[in-house]
Write a protein that binds this ligand. Structure first.
Ligand SMILES: [Zn+2]
Length: 254
């Protein structure tokens, strides 16, 4: 693991061969590969990166975006609007639209919920989400409804949204994002009973491809007793459909 006090380069001192590498980004990729650490667009890799490293990685990404603009035949030297674009893109990726990959999890101080007066009900928080699809790097905008049945720990209400946004600010698939938020909320609250519902619009369906401006994608992840409730509902739905097909006196299933 990277020594959080030093830079990733220092942490790899004595790690023969890798010091020859010119780019810190390459060092880190090799290191994560060697250690079996997955670094997909939706993965958090903050254990491998210090704040100091981030500045250097932004410099390296700027250089790479300059090359992309050159390859797109955009005159970034004479065009005043394209002059600083490569750096703007690099900073935007690291500090904003993909910040959830590089920043550690938000602090979510937990408060005990174990007195006689403890809250045992359900809590639903509506969180606004801004994300980006990992296929096209197009914006994904929507809301998540996070439902939880309180366990022995409670976290501040704003923390649900902070956690959801930390998961969202990466390259994501909505289905995976739903799972990620559920997992992180379960971790922060110690509750096994968590449900996450997301509805979002996808830039990759609106701005390109099918160009569908009012499409909405909905995903749901149910854990613990939420899953049980759903199974019971499904069951009673099936039974009521079955009953509907029978003559009145044969409706024996309740
Ligand atoms: Zn897409």
């Amino acid at each position: 693991m990277t020594n959080k006090d030093g830079t990733a380069l220092e942490a790899m001192a004595g790690d023969g061969g890798y010091q020859e590498e010119k780019y810190l980004g390459n060092y880190l990729r090799f290191k994560m590969k060697r250690e079996g650490k997955r670094f997909w667009a939706g993965d958090n890799i903050s254990d491998y990166i210090t704040e100091q490293d981030k500045e250097r990685l932004i410099d390296e990404a700027t250089e790479a975006f300059e090359l992309v603009l050159d390859r797109l035949l955009i005159d970034r030297e004479s065009d005043p609007n394209s002059h600083g674009t490569a750096r703007r893109l690099a900073k935007m990726y690291f500090n904003e639209i993909m910040a959830g990959r590089y920043d550690p999890a938000p602090d979510a101080t937990a408060f005990p919920n174990d007195s006689e007066e403890r809250y045992e009900g359900m809590l639903v928080v509506r969180s606004e989400l801004r994300s980006m699809c990992s296929h096209h790097h197009q914006p994904v905008n929507g809301v998540a409804y996070i439902g939880i049945i309180a366990a022995n720990k409670l976290i501040g209400l704003s923390k649900y949204t902070r956690i959801a946004q930390w998961c969202a600010r990466r390259g994501t698939l909505q289905e995976e994002l739903c799972n990620d938020i559920a997992r992180e909320i379960m971790r922060a609250t110690d509750s096994e009973n968590v449900a996450v519902y997301i509805q979002a619009t996808h830039g990759c369906c609106e701005n390109r491809g099918i160009m569908a401006h009012s499409s909405l994608t909905q995903t749901t992840v149910l854990k613990g007793s939420f899953r049980l409730i759903q199974a019971q509902r499904k069951n009673s739905l099936t039974i009521s459909n079955y009953n509907r097909t029978l003559p009145q006196d044969e409706k024996t299933i309740n």
